[in-house]
Design a protein around this ligand. Structure first.
Ligand SMILES: [Zn+2]
Length: 231
């Protein structure tokens, strides 16, 4: 941390997005204690066959799937995702992307990936929020892996209805034609890693992969910040 950052930290202290305690100079967005207590999925250690990968089997072709932590409503990761999406904190996404990448790099998860493809937001939502949380995660992952981030290949059509109030089959109906391929030149022949904040039913990621189905020789894998655990 340089002197300017230290000065800013004195004037406006940085707080942990989970416990709201003050962060140490070496901590970023989440304090060490909260980071330690997050419930990891460890899916990246068995990326071809895990609970998340199985959501997509028989629906769309994927290579690997991983999520950083389990998501339960009102849990610590839920607080983290809320801050990332709704509290106007784009930097949290970059920090969390870096944290995920740092923990996953030793497993070789990124080794055969060619590019990162954040799930796009619809234009209207992007204007409201000012940033795309999935793109922020991808930027953080890029900073440690140096994988390029592709942002112009897919477009998301306007958002019709809040996803959270719908049943699973309705969600799949609702998002099935949400994405449109607009430029495939960065995708042809590549293994892309789709990045999103949350995976619950997998419907949004399925819709993304469906929109990529005509790209020649593309392979898709998936990485999300959190995975909703079904009890
Ligand atoms: Zn904390």
């Amino acid at each position: 941390m340089n002197w300017w950052s230290r000065f800013l930290d004195c004037v406006s202290p940085r707080m942990c997005v989970i416990c709201n305690h003050r962060l140490a100079p070496t901590e970023h967005s989440v304090c060490c204690s909260c980071l330690f207590s997050l419930h990891r999925t460890d899916f990246h250690l068995t990326p071809y066959d895990n609970k998340m990968a199985r959501l997509f089997w028989g629906l769309v072709p994927i290579e690997k799937a991983a999520a950083f932590v389990y998501f339960h409503p009102h849990s610590d990761p839920a607080q983290m995702v809320y801050q990332l999406k709704y509290a106007n904190h784009p930097d949290i996404g970059i920090d969390l992307g870096r944290i995920m990448a740092q923990e996953m790099i030793p497993s070789d998860f990124f080794q055969d990936i060619d590019a990162l493809l954040p799930v796009p937001l619809a234009d209207k939502r992007m204007r409201q929020r000012g940033y795309n949380q999935s793109e922020q995660l991808a930027i953080g992952i890029h900073q440690l892996t140096h994988l390029p981030v592709i942002t112009k290949a897919l477009r998301r059509k306007s958002f019709h209805q809040s996803q959270t109030k719908l049943f699973r089959w309705e969600r799949q109906e609702n998002v099935s034609d949400t994405f449109q391929l607009v430029d495939d030149h960065e995708l042809t022949g590549r293994h892309v890693l789709l990045i999103d904040d949350v995976c619950t039913t997998g419907a949004t990621l399925c819709a993304c992969i469906n929109a990529l189905k005509d790209v020649e020789d593309i392979r898709c894998s998936i990485l999300t910040l959190s995975f909703t655990k079904k009890d």
